[in-house]
Structure formats: structure tokens, C-alpha cells
Write a protein that binds this ligand. Structure first.
Ligand code: ADP
Ligand code: MG
Length: 700
């Protein structure tokens, strides 16, 4: 009989209530199962023992056999440290504790042999080892000794209370003893065979007590694969269920609006990427299932036209459509851009934002409900309950990262049946991450910029070079170009930031005086109407310089603007810098992005700036961002699935992820309900993962 892995950790020999409490609080370990899934962060080769006279100044972790001959307390600035003299037959060194001294004094014995393990320092003529991991030699000999010593995640509290790495190893060993290493297999025989994976049992044994590097690698691969496989299985299942459950409106035809636009009004040739994406969308819209698609495309890749043409398909089938953007400026800009074309096609289109007047608002509500109004563009004002459509067939959300999942689902409920949904984002989400967190959306990518774009030249300049930068601005303006100057606006330091912005505006006004120069300013504290007025002046070319906070970050399109200056660039995140840079390079002229900073820069800031200077590729930038910040920050906390990975690493293990996704897809293609006997193992494991509850009732 194998042990029940749901047994509370308190019952494991050597744990007890106090330690159990700590393990729960510090590492979230409640059950045997949780403990087994506590995977080592790293491993250390412990086949080697050092003599004290063999120690080198820059040793990594080493182990030394010796005995403690004396203790002394040494007073220091704050409190005291405990120092033990540790001796072997070649010399002496010191063991040092800054914390947990009481426990040490009570538990360590003089003149008894220990194995001391840790990092060594060279300090005033002696080697010392701070907070060593100490194990009595006799225990050390008895233990399930392995060549590779696992180092487990820990916390300061745990080590202060004496639950050090050695103790964790010991508890782990006890668990393996009690369970006799009999762990239930969690992958099918077919998969194990096809991928030449080692069994679960072997993998667990070798990840905790690896015999050698080769077995360790195999164990890690198998466990990472399993972890990613079940995440993919869940995501793909969700997607399948969605498609079979949620009926959409089939848009059967492509008709007058689309065809006329395509033949007579298309302002340019579509890129291959745009064509491909349109085909994907068209396919979704024509099927019986509701579309739920994420459209990714770098800034300037031309998502708007794809949105418009999708809208035209909805209209051709007698449905209404809406386009929701995160800011008023952007909504208005979309409206202005699209309404031109719509007028030619005799389509009714309106915009609704927070500042729409009551009377106009009422008219919009009415015409929306009686079906006269075909396209509505706006901010999240569209989500209000009062906004009711006669037959909303397609909802497009621009710049997804500003809206949450909850808002997406609010749009859903605007109809009896949910409309087709297209989410467009310019934040290039690394494919790896997109696959894991947006697995429930289908993904289209525009991976090609319209022809003739010159890549933007990016440079980093220090504040002291400001005069040169101003001269450059003057030169560009004399060539007829327009300039953005952007200031950071971070919520926490809002007051200071506004001061910086206004100071900046004043100094720019001095250097670029009227009447030769005209300057616009736009920031979040202005009334929407004033913002719009300033924005329009810039769009029309009446002003040459736009001083702004990040409100212009998203989507604004002024092709004649060719210089983007970002002040205090070190304070922006990578994806934000990239978004801002995307405001230029939209016309035929060579464009520039100048990152201004002070002299003092953190390492992360330097990396961000260097990345921006090196590349224009949004996906490369997103990957770098992911590496710098980790997935949590990028996606926000609600998508925490990827954050809780126990052993796999979403970036480093990309290959394994692809593989896992491929096989998860294959399994589900052949057996969508996992009803076949050979797939029972997947079903069982999946259920145990506790994820089936909310999903499984849909199937069967
Ligand atoms: P984004 O993907 O950032 O929303 P837009 O849709 O605003 O990009 O397009 C950026 C600019 O490129 C616009 O001025 C648009 O008219 C232009 N554009 C889009 N597609 C093409 C194309 N296939 N050929 C030429 N210009 C294009
Ligand atoms: Mg856009």
C-alpha cells in the first residue's frame, strides 16, 4: 500500500506540530504531496571533502570535517556574533553566527565531529564560514548520501528556527522511506514511451536524491514536461469546451460593404501578415463557434485596418459592431480615422466617451437599440448598462493590456449570445507566455510592418547633453518635422511628476519661443475637451512640439512626428518605452527616439536602455522585459497560473513547453473527453490537480 499523499505534513516522522506550522507558513507545505513538490533550487557536488589547509580564498560551497573546540561571543555594532573555532588535522577556521545563537549553543556539542558545509570567507587572516550547515559526522555517514546535494528553497525564518537544508533533506528522506518511493504514475505509457521519459517514481527519487548529473537531468526534464503538459491540457480543454459550448453568430457571407471597401477604398496594399490574419478572423466568424481571438501586432503594424475589415464583415451580415479603446484620445482618433471611410460606404458610425453630451448620448442609445447605428466606437463608457445594442455581432477591444478579463466578459453579456470578440494588443506578449496564459484565446500575429518603414534610430543621452538634443530638435523642426517630449507620470509620485512636467514645459517654451515655435501640452489633469483641442492642433501640424505625459502612449498616430524624446527614461519599463517609441516612425521620414537620463543608473535601467538602443523588435523587447521583471508583473496578478510553476521556467524551458503543448493537443484531438482507458491516467491526475471542478461539468 502506498501512503496517502494528502496526509497532513504534521504526521511525518521528524516534523511535529511546530515544524509543520513553519513549513505551512513559510513554504506553503501542507501535505506530503506539497513536500514532494518542493523541488531543489540547485545542487552541489558533495562527493568532495576539503581539509582546512586546502581552502581557497574564493571557494564556493565546500564541506569540511572537524570539531568545534570552543565558542566565544564577539560584540559588534549591533548585538553580538557567535564564533566557534573549528579544527581538523591540518588547521583551524571559524564558524560564525549572527542569528539563532541560542539554538546553536543549546544543540551543538564541543569536541564532537561534524561535517560543516557552506561558503567560506577570508577575514583577518583566517577562513570563516558564516551560518554553516552542520551535521554530526555519524549521521552524515548513515544518510542516504548522494553525489549531488540538493539545496532547497528556504526562508530566513526557517533557518533561524533550525530548519536548515539538512533538516529538509532529512524530512524528505523520511517521506521516501514511509512511502517506499511508490508514487503513482501521472503520464500515460504511450507518452512515456514515445518521449523516452523516466517514470514518476524514478524522477522524484532522482530530483531529490540524484545519483548523478545524467539522472538528475532526466528527472528534471520529466517533471518539467509533466508540469507544463497539464497546464496546456487545461488551457486547450477550456478552449475546446468554449468552442463546442458557446455558439456564435455565423457570419456566412462577405458582401457589399467588405467588397466595395476592398475594391474601391483600400488606401494601400495589405501586407501578407494582414491578409493572413484577416483570413483567420474570417474563418472564425464564419464558423458556428464564437470567436475569441487575440490579435498581436507591434506598434504600427496596421491592426486598425484589420479591425475595420472585420467590422465590415459583421455589417455585411446585418450585425452591429463596436470598437473599444482605453483612452478618449484614442477613441476619437479611431473614430476620425474610420468615419471617413464609413461615410464613403454610407455606414452610420458614432463615438461614445465619458465626455459625450447628454443629448448626443441619448441619441446614440436610441439609434443603437433600434439598430440604426451600425458602428459604435468609444472608451469603457461602452460597458455601461445603459448601452444596449439591437444585435451586437462583433466587439473589438484595442490595446488589451489596459482592460481586464472582467471587462471582456462584460461585453459578452450585451447580447443573448455573446458577440465575437477580437482583442488587439500592441504589447507583444512573448509567444511562450501568450501560449501559457492566453491558451484559451486563439492567437493571430501580424509579424510584418508595412513596406517602406525606416527603422527608428534610438540613442541614449545624458541630461548634460541637453543642448545638443535641443539643437537636433531645432534642425528637425526646420525640416518640417514634429517632436514628442514625454515625461514620466507614476501614480505614487504624481505631484513631483507634474512639477517636472511643468518645469520641462517652461524650459522648452523658453528655448523654443513663440511665434516661431508652437507647443502643445497634454496631461491627465486636463479636461478631455482641452486635451482633445491640443491633440488636434498637433495632429493638424499647427504645433511642432507635443509635451505630454504617457497619455499619448497608446495608439496615437501622427505620421509627421519623427522624434520621440523620453525624459527620465530610466523610470519607464521596457514595454512602455517601446510603446512610446512606436509613436514615431509612422511616416516616410527617418525617425528618432532619444532616451534622456541622469547619470546615476541602476543595472536594470542600464539593461533596459541598452535593449532599446539595440533593437526595434517588439518581441525581442518583450522577452527581455520578461527576463527582467518575471511573468507576474507583465501579466498582472490575475493570470497567476504561470507564476506558480514549481519546477519549469517559462523562459528557459520554452522547448519543453512547445513539446508539452504539442502532445497535449494530440492527446485531446484523439480523445477530447479523455474517456479512453489508456488516457485514464490523464483524467485522474487532472482531477487531482483540482482543476476539473469548474470545467468538467461542461463535458459528457
Ligand atoms: P497599429 O497596429 O499600431 O494600430 P495602425 O493600424 O495605426 O497600427 O497603422 C499604422 C500606420 O500604418 C497607419 O498610418 C496605417 O494607415 C498604416 N498602414 C497600415 N497597414 C498598412 C499597409 N499595409 N501598407 C501601408 N501602410 C499601412
Ligand atoms: Mg492601434
Amino acid at each position: 500500500m502506498s501512503v496517502n499523499l494528502q496526509t497532513p505534513i504534521d504526521y511525518l516522522k521528524g516534523v511535529g506540530p511546530n515544524r509543520a506550522d513553519l513549513l505551512r507558513k513559510e513554504l506553503g507545505i501542507h501535505t506530503y504531496q506539497d513536500l514532494i513538490n518542493l523541488f531543489p533550487n540547485r545542487y552541489i557536488d558533495r562527493t568532495q571533502y576539503y581539509k582546512i589547509n586546502q581552502l581557497q580564498r574564493h571557494n564556493a560551497d565546500v564541506q569540511v570535517i572537524g570539531k568545534i573546540t570552543s565558542f566565544k561571543e564577539v560584540a559588534q555594532k549591533r548585538g553580538k556574533r557567535l564564533v566557534a573555532t573549528f579544527q581538523d588535522d591540518t588547521g583551524t577556521m571559524e564558524l560564525v553566527w549572527f542569528r539563532g545563537q541560542k539554538w546553536i549553543r543549546e544543540n551543538l556539542k564541543l569536541n564532537k565531529f561534524y561535517v560543516a558545509f557552506g561558503k567560506t570567507n577570508w577575514f583577518s587572516g583566517k577562513f570563516n564560514m558564516p551560518h554553516p550547515d552542520l551535521e554530526p559526522l555519524e549521521d552524515h555517514k548513515k544518510n542516504l548520501r548522494t553525489g549531488m546535494q540538493p539545496i532547497y528553497p528556504s526562508t530566513e525564518k526557517l533557518s533561524n528556527k533550525g530548519i536548515n537544508n539538512r533538516v529538509v533533506c532529512k524530512i524528505m528522506q523520511q517521506l521516501f522511506l514511509e512511502s517506499k518511493g511508490r508514487f503513482t504514475e501521472t503520464l500515460s505509457e504511450n507518452l512515456l514511451e514515445e518521449l523516452k521519459l523516466i517514470s514518476k517514481k524514478e524522477a522524484l527519487l532522482n530530483v531529490h536524491f540524484p545519483k548523478n548529473q545524467e539522472l538528475l537531468s532526466k528527472a528534471q526534464y520529466r517533471l518539467k514536461f509533466e508540469e507544463l503538459f497539464y497546464i496546456q491540457l487545461q488551457l486547450i480543454l477550456k478552449n475546446l469546451i468554449h468552442k463546442s459550448k458557446i455558439k456564435g453568430y455565423p457570419f456566412e457571407k462577405v458582401d457589399h460593404y467588405f467588397n466595395t471597401f476592398f475594391k474601391d477604398h483600400l488606401p494601400f496594399q495589405l501586407t501578407d501578415a494582414q491578409k493572413r490574419v484577416l483570413k483567420e478572423i474570417r474563418h472564425d466568424l464564419g464558423s458556428n463557434a464564437q470567436m475569441n481571438r487575440l490579435l498581436q501586432g507591434d506598434v504600427g503594424s496596421g491592426k486598425t485596418i484589420v479591425a475595420l475589415m472585420s467590422i465590415l464583415i459583421a455589417l455585411d451580415n446585418g450585425f452591429q459592431a463596436c470598437l473599444m479603446a482605453p483612452t478618449e484620445i484614442l477613441s476619437v482618433q479611431h473614430y476620425n480615422g474610420l468615419s471617413d471611410m464609413c461615410k464613403k460606404l454610407n455606414i452610420s458610425i458614432k463615438t461614445l466617451t465619458g465626455s459625450t453630451k447628454t443629448l448626443e448620448r441619448k441619441k446614440i442609445h436610441e439609434s443603437l437599440e433600434n439598430g440604426d447605428l451600425q458602428i459604435l466606437i468609444g472608451t469603457h463608457a461602452l460597458l455601461e448598462d445603459k448601452v444596449k445594442f439591437k444585435n451586437l455581432g462583433l466587439a473589438i477591444i484595442d490595446e488589451q493590456h489596459r482592460f481586464g478579463v472582467a471587462q471582456r466578459s462584460k461585453l459578452w453579456r450585451k447580447n443573448e449570445s455573446p458577440p465575437h470578440i477580437l482583442v488587439m494588443t500592441a504589447t507583444p506578449i512573448p509567444r511562450t507566455l501568450a501560449m501559457s496564459v492566453y491558451g484559451d484565446l486563439d492567437i493571430s500575429v501580424i509579424d510584418e510592418l508595412p513596406p517602406g518603414r525606416k527603422s527608428i534610430k534610438t540613442v541614449h543621452r545624458y541630461d548634460k547633453n541637453r543642448l545638443n538634443v535641443f539643437k537636433f530638435i531645432r534642425d528637425e523642426i526646420s525640416k518640417g518635422r514634429q517632436i514628442y517630449i514625454v515625461y514620466p507620470l507614476i501614480q505614487e509620485s504624481e505631484k513631483m511628476d507634474y512639477k517636472d512636467l511643468m518645469d520641462g514645459y517652461e524650459s522648452i517654451s523658453r528655448d523654443f519661443p513663440m511665434p516661431n515655435f508652437q507647443i502643445s501640452i497634454v496631461h491627465g489633469k486636463m479636461k478631455p475637451a482641452d486635451k482633445d483641442y491640443e491633440m488636434q492642433r498637433f495632429i493638424k501640424g499647427e504645433t511642432q512640439i507635443m509635451v505630454a505625459t504617457t497619455v499619448i502612449e497608446v495608439g496615437v498616430n501622427v505620421p509627421n512626428a519623427s522624434v520621440m524624446i523620453i525624459e527620465s527614461a530610466e523610470r519607464f519599463g521596457l514595454s512602455q518605452l517601446h510603446q512610446l517609441r512606436g509613436r514615431v516612425g509612422r511616416g516616410a521620414e527617418q525617425s528618432y527616439c532619444i532616451l534622456m537620463t541622469g547619470h546615476k543608473l541602476s543595472n536594470d535601467s542600464k539593461t533596459r536602455l541598452e535593449t532599446m538602443v539595440r533593437t526595434n523588435d517588439g518581441f525581442e523587447i518583450a522577452e527581455a522585459d520578461l527576463r527582467l521583471r518575471g511573468p507576474g508583473d507583465i501579466m498582472g496578478t490575475q493570470q497567476s497560473g504561470v507564476l506558480n510553476l514549481k519546477i519549469a521556467d517559462i523562459i528557459k524551458d520554452n522547448d519543453i513547453l512547445q513539446n508539452a503543448r504539442y502532445y497535449a493537443k494530440q492527446v485531446l484531438q484523439q480523445d477530447p473527453s479523455l474517456g479512453k482507458p489508456e488516457n485514464a491516467v490523464f483524467l485522474n491526475t487532472y482531477r487531482q490537480l483540482g482543476k476539473y471542478k469548474n470545467i468538467w461539468n461542461y463535458i459528457s
